[in-house]
Design a protein. Structure first.
Length: 117
């Protein structure tokens, strides 16, 4: 499965962005898919994940501000990011796995999100 992320950019604090991630195969509809991010000098962290059945999990830093969703008919996932903060600045990666709690075996290229104060 190949993943292609898009939608990053630069916004001011309080603004919104939507990230998209296209999967190359329809079988991706059976995978758990996610967004992870890595800020300069920090470890990569899980932002949000969504299982094949639609169950979601969010990192504490983004709860109530970000929403992950998926459209299996288009092999897509999305990340709606509201009330963006400077600390959300990072490279965002989409990822996928066949399981739920295993390692992320498939990665897209990163997309930069920059939030200015």
């Amino acid at each position: 499965v190949q993943l292609q992320a898009s939608g990053g950019g630069s916004v001011q604090a309080g603004g919104s962005l939507r990230l998209s991630c296209q999967a190359s195969r329809r079988t991706a509809s059976q995978y758990t898919r996610a967004w992870l991010r890595q800020a300069p000098g920090k470890e990569r962290e899980l932002v949000a994940q969504i299982t094949a059945s639609g169950g979601t999990f969010y990192g504490d830093a983004v709860k109530d501000r970000f929403t992950i969703s998926r459209d299996n008919s288009k092999n897509m996932i999305y990340l709606r990011m509201n009330d963006l903060r400077p600390e959300d600045t990072a490279v965002y990666y989409c990822a996928a796995q066949r399981g739920v709690r295993g390692s992320w075996g498939y990665w897209g290229q990163g997309t930069q999100v920059t939030v200015s104060s």
